[in-house]
Design a binder for this molecule. Structure first.
Ligand code: FAD
Ligand code: NAP
Length: 313
């Protein structure tokens, strides 16, 4: 069990955390970045990124994040493979504990813990998780080659996942609770033009059903919200893409959040209600969750942490 002492502790290794690391390291603060369970963050679960500036050709999510990580380390950030399980923000300096048993003592803290997929909370979801129910097409899609699958949701993630799965599965049912998608128009057009994707609109899943032995999903029950008609769609895999929830439970009762749990920061700033604690990326942004925005706010968090340290030195 090691005690780590730092001026800047960054929790999270997605675009927000790694960019904060690049800026804090270049300010000579030798930041520590604690990676969490998902080194590189959410983008590591997607195949091709077309909207991150600087890459005229599509770049893989994993490759982009590996490059960001190498850049952060090259300029002087130290990456630690641990997950923070406790944080005491009432004491100065701040004290965090890791899953490894290590302790982190920090003058400033940048919370960049991002967001995780939301569950549907319907019967069968937990039972078939890992046995047909998935939250990541690029991670698990391979298991459903030549089979029928469903995707649930109407946002960018759902439509991208349906398009990705259409290259593997025999058929993709895209189930959405309304008749209009919130996904970008360019993605919608691709999905509607794809002969392997069948739209199941105005419909909500009510149950995931399957076999016991071996345990495995065989169908998704859906209900049409306009006609109340119910049907069972045959599927070996279902990919749930109904949005994300912020990873803030660790700071419950210490940091101000909105009703959904997103960290509240001061206007045009990454400063939280606690002096010396800053927050960047999806964990504080309920609206436009994009990698470039996360990276930008990671930069701002590092600049604001630097100013805080200079003023308080
Ligand atoms: P995240 O990427 O969520 O990273 C959070 C980090 O915090 C992770 O490293 C995690 O391990 C760590 N963490 C969490 N809890 C702890 C803890 N207790 N201790 C230590 N570490 C912790 N955006 C685009 O701009 N373009 C795209 O094409 C695009 N495609 C996407 C495709 C998919 C399938 C998904 C899901 C998202 C996509 N996005 C895209 C959105 C983009 O991924 C996010 O906006 C971005 O990753 C947010 O970055 P972040 O650093 O705030 O958080
Ligand atoms: P999202 O935009 O919040 O969309 C969630 C979808 O799930 C919505 O269509 C919503 O329906 C539906 N939904 C929510 N709860 C539901 C429930 N209980 N039952 C059935 N359906 C439900 O989430 P996202 O698609 O994961 O995107 C998250 C963020 O990441 C967005 O900001 C997105 O732009 C970004 N992202 C970007 C890219 C890209 O740039 N290419 C790719 C992926 C993600 P309603 O529409 O009716 O509300």
């Amino acid at each position: 069990m090691t005690e780590h002492r730092t001026q800047v502790l960054i929790i999270g290794s997605g675009p927000a955390g790694l960019t904060a690391g690049i800026y804090a390291a270049r300010a000579n603060r030798a930041p520590l970045i604690v990676s969490g369970m998902q080194l590189g963050g959410q983008l590591t679960t997607t195949s091709g990124i077309e909207n991150y500036p600087g890459f005229e050709e599509e770049i893989g999510g994993l490759e982009l994040m590996e490059r960001m990580q190498k850049q952060a380390e090259r300029v002087g950030s130290k990456l630690l493979y641990d997950t923070i399980t406790e944080a005491d923000l009432k004491v100065r300096p701040f004290v965090c504990k890791g899953d490894s048993g290590d302790t982190y003592i920090a003058d400033t803290l940048i919370i960049a813990t991002g967001a995780s997929p939301r569950k549907m909370d319907i019967p069968g979801e937990d039972k078939y998780r890992g046995f047909g129910v998935s939250y990541c097409a690029t991670c698990d899609g391979f298991f459903y080659r030549g089979k029928e699958v469903c995707v649930i949701g109407g946002g960018n993630t759902a439509v991208e996942e349906a398009l990705y799965l259409s290259g593997l599965a025999s058929k993709v049912y895209l189930i959405h609770r309304r008749d209009a998608f919130r996904a970008e128009k360019v993605l919608q057009e691709k999905a509607f033009a794809n002969p392997k994707i069948e739209m199941v609109l105005d419909s909500v899943p009510t149950e995931f059903t399957g076999t016991e032995n071996p345990l495995g999903l065989t169908a998704v029950k859906v209900k049409n919200v306009k006609t109340e008609e119910e049907r069972s769609i045959p599927a070996h895999g279902v990919f749930i893409a109904v949005g994300y929830r912020p990873n803030t439970s660790l700071f419950a009762g210490q940091i101000d959040t909105d009703e959904a749990g997103f960290i509240i920061t001061k206007p045009n700033s990454t400063a939280t209600n606690i002096d010396g604690v800053f927050s960047a990326g999806d964990v504080k942004n309920p609206l436009y969750r994009q990698a470039v925005i996360a990276a930008g706010s990671g930069c701002l968090a590092a600049l604001e942490a630097e100013k805080f340290l200079s003023v308080n030195e």
